[in-house]
Design a protein around this ligand. Structure first.
Ligand SMILES: C[S@@+](CC[C@H](N)C(=O)[O-])C[C@H]1O[C@@H](n2cnc3c(N)ncnc32)[C@H](O)[C@@H]1O
Length: 326
């Protein structure tokens, strides 16, 4: 553990090696991960520069702010100015070839069937003001998404179901570390047939020149920037364990496949992954399974407490003991 935690062990120490007054103390750890309770702006300020390979996160969307969920009181109109100091810390923490991946749900404007432009404003600010580079924009398609808002979609039938989130992959530089070999998908039945039976090299009507190289088995097909993963887990270990412990299940989890995709795309085993808005720490679980070091930061203690159930090695304290610690 001590060896693996080198980067974080340095956190809270000045360059001279003396400990700052406010050293970091994790809420729980695994052999390769650390979860912190607190405002990520405060916690990140104590982490060393250029210590993180990948930040993958889903910040609280303005929608949740508006509904006054326990996350924050920031509104859609002030989202960008609220997020900017966090983004500046992200950039400081990332290694030169590091990546930031931000999952953002869309938001409806109040009282009218039009959509907020907050994601686009955020993207422009991240690139033009903070200095990130858009490596690629992705869509996460959740086929299990429910229709809404009811007024526009179900009642007046003016709009259709929203089932995609925008996911921006940004590099600290224009050349973030990446390999699509980490995210190859199984070949389709048609492609497998071409590989085994062969393909006559020719120019397609579209103008694409399909050469004999096309039929080589390269280990899988290159995925598109549309990631399809249903977000309908209703029976997982985390859910059951939270229910048994009478802890709230996080209401805005993303599926493990989402952080897993970007961890595979942008990192190699042993690299470090940070989620500064960790919620139920899906990112930490994905990183742990893939052998990447991870750091999770979450503001709400109940969510962080429940997230321990994702890690079999983490002793789950009886609630009264956890309460005394808190
Ligand atoms: C959309 S949720 C993340 C859910 C997470 N991806 C998951 O799958 O469980 C955003 C989380 O950010 C947390 N949060 C909001 N402001 C924060 C802050 N300043 N520092 C740390 N966490 C914060 C909220 O409590 C909430 O759990």
């Amino acid at each position: 553990m001590a060896k693996r935690r080198t980067d974080l062990a340095r956190a809270g120490r000045s360059t001279g090696g003396t400990r700052r007054k406010t050293a970091l103390s994790p809420y729980y750890t695994t052999s390769i991960g650390e979860a912190y309770l607190g405002d990520s702006l405060d916690v990140m300020a104590k982490l060393p520069s250029e210590s993180v390979n990948l930040i993958v996160t889903s910040p609280p969307f303005p929608l949740t702010f508006r509904k006054k969920k326990p996350y924050s009181s920031v509104g859609e109109d002030t989202f960008v100015s609220w997020f900017t100091p966090y983004a500046q810390q992200f950039r400081r923490l990332l290694k030169t070839d590091g990546s930031l991946v931000v999952d953002l749900g869309g938001v409806w404007n109040k009282g009218v069937p039009t959509r907020s432009l907050y994601q686009y404003r955020l993207l422009l600010a991240l690139c033009d003001q903070v200095g990130f580079h858009l490596a690629q924009d992705f869509y996460w398609y959740n086929p299990a998404a429910l229709p809404g808002p009811a007024e526009w979609v179900n009642v007046r039938r003016l709009r259709v179901k929203c089932a995609v989130n925008q996911v921006f992959w940004l590099g600290k530089t224009e050349w973030p570390k990446a390999t699509n070999r980490g995210v190859l998908q199984p070949y389709s039945a048609d492609m497998l047939r071409l590989i085994t039976k062969g393909y006559k090299a020719k120019a397609r009507p579209s103008g694409h020149n399909i050469t004999a190289k096309f039929q080589q088995d390269r280990g899988g097909s290159i995925p598109p920037n549309l990631i399809e993963i249903g977000n309908n887990d209703s029976n997982g270990h985390y859910l059951k364990a939270c229910a048994a412990a009478d802890l709230p299940v996080h209401p805005a989890r993303f599926p493990r496949g989402l952080p897993e995709f970007f961890i595979r795309l942008c990192t190699t085993p042993g690299d470090s992954v940070l989620d500064p808005f960790a919620g139920s720490n899906v990112t930490g679980e994905a990183a742990e399974r893939l052998g990447r070091r991870w750091v999770a930061i979450e503001l709400a203690e109940d969510f962080l407490r429940g997230s321990r159930y994702r890690f079999s090695s983490v002793p789950v304290l009886p609630l009264d003991v956890a309460d005394r610690r808190a």
